[in-house]
Design a protein around this ligand. Structure first.
Ligand SMILES: [Fe+2]
Length: 255
């Protein structure tokens, strides 16, 4: 498995708070079957100097890769960032290249949870016009999506990959997020599932149980087939969606 959303770099955001915690998160991930991950620390450039922060990120990533090697933990760690899309971020996007997954054109993006669906979509379209492919982090956690999950179909149709969180599937992030995650997965609209792990104890990097749930309930064995029929997906959109996933693996050289 590949985990494209995890706050594993120590001392940079609200994720791992020490190298020991980060190593433990990597061990847990590896034991659960994860062989590669993108270290997606938060990137909110509205209250820091972007260049300074990006340099700090690069240093932390190199240090962490060395640490993993030293401790012989078999996980490849790629660069990436969970980018907070707001006005200052859009300004930055027009001035400099943005830190995509593995250094490529795929950006993991998020909003404040109470952002309206129309503002979110409008901002993502602006980023697409700059040539980026987008992965929306945990769509099931946004207020507009919990109220009306159907709104997420517009994002899907625009080719934005929707990434569901492990914690939402397991019911750890509230009833609304759990219900919306279930809807996305049943409809076949979720392109990715990731841990969004922040620590080795509560929001962990263990994807084993999550993978089992996906196989059991959404893999076509039980509800998958009928749900997919109901979702009225345009095969062309579905094909593009799959191509995006394949492109990410190529960027990461993980095929
Ligand atoms: Fe996150």
């Amino acid at each position: 498995m590949i985990d494209l959303h995890i706050h594993i770099l120590p001392g940079i955001d609200d994720g791992a708070q020490s190298p020991e915690d980060a190593l433990e998160m990597a061990r847990i991930a590896a034991d659960s079957g994860v062989r590669a991950m993108a270290a997606t620390s938060h990137g909110d450039f509205s209250h820091c100097d972007p260049e300074e922060y990006l340099n700090l990120y690069d240093r932390r990533l190199m240090e962490f890769r060395r640490l993993l090697e030293e401790h012989k933990i078999p996980v490849n760690v790629y660069s990436g960032m969970e980018l907070m899309v707001n006005r200052s971020f859009l300004r930055l996007a027009e001035q400099r290249p943005l830190p995509g997954i593995g250094g490529g054109r795929y950006l993991l993006v998020e909003f404040l949870f109470d952002t309206s669906g129309s503002l979110a979509l409008e901002r993502l379209k602006r980023l697409q016009r700059l040539g980026y492919q987008l992965i929306l982090a945990h769509p099931e956690r946004y207020e507009f999506a919990k109220r009306d999950p159907e709104r997420l179909k517009e994002f899907y149709r625009e080719g934005i990959l929707l990434q569901v969180n492990r914690g939402s599937i397991l019911g750890q992030l509230g009833r609304g997020a759990a219900r919306t995650a279930d809807w996305l997965l049943s409809m076949g609209l979720a392109g990715l599932v990731a841990s969004d792990a922040h620590d080795p104890v509560l929001r962990t990097s263990d994807l084993e149980e999550t993978a089992r749930i996906l196989d059991l309930y959404y893999g076509g064995k039980r509800v998958g087939n009928s749900a997919r029929e109901k979702s009225c997906q345009n095969p062309e959109v579905r094909r593009k969606y799959k191509q995006h996933l394949a492109s990410i693996l190529v960027i990461l050289r993980e095929i």
